[in-house]
Design a protein. Sequence first.
Length: 338
Amino acid sequence: MPTKKENLVVVVDIGGTKVAAGLVDPSGKLLLKLRTPMVARRSAAEGMQAVFDAVDGVFRDRRAKRASAIGVSVAGWVDSTCGVLLNATNIPCWRDFPLARELKKRYGLPARLGNDANTAALAEAAWGAGAKYDSVFYVTLGTGIGSGFVVHKEIIAGPTGAAGEGGHMSIDFRGPQCGCGKRGCIELYASGTAIAKRARGRLANRVARRSKILALAGGQRDTITSEIVFQAALDGDELANSIVREAIEYLAIWLGNIVDLLEPEVIVFGGGLGQRILSCQRLIRYGWETWAINPRRRQVAMVAARYGSESALVGAAALCMRRSPVWNRQKSAKSANH
């Protein structure tokens, strides 16, 4: 007799150095999680085997036999409609690669693919910090900046799933060139990478070397991280505070444009720097007095992501569940409450 499916979803989140995999239930609960290495700079087949190894580990759990689908989150440009990873800077082994098809062929389950920021946005809007809102803008702040926009539990991702790339919106067309090819992307000014780079540059000045930033980095400029800069700022260091304020001002400009363009009810902050940036929301709101013209700008809520570093992994389940009767009942119940 066939095993009864219970709308559980096997989930996979693929990055340049790791593959996280797990099992998610219809309430958004992560029932199981494991992590294996990714071999992103070898052959396409070796990269795929790394993903199979992670998924095989999930299927060793008896509950996974009740899974009805596989959801995949990946950091890169995707065509969600076709289940193809177009390209990803940190995963050079794949280009125009039919990732969903390969998983379906091996496990016999339908598979859906999404960009990691979009899937994270979907998780937070469906079950996380944005669940009580109809329109949710999600931003992940870490090594880079990613974003996603969800309305009524549906990700706004364009006809192929590639829309929502907010981290590469330019705020200065004369600015430095980004790795994406454009100039002045917000990622160059307010990501963790940008904050650490700015600190290292400022500390080249002999006077600035008295900063607590350098002390916290053990006297080595090359080891400075954004976390160190924020810690020094909390300790009252003048240079660190100026670097943080500068990053926040750039974020205020960018998010002010987002508020004017999309008018989200809530902005959810995720990623390694999410909590740090959220603690500075007063400065962002102050910046909006200049950089946002929407009369409702003061009513836009700002909250921390519920799932933290697991948002993209859990969101991979939402990619599959949003086509299910359970998902539609959840949407209907929310609409009725309004």
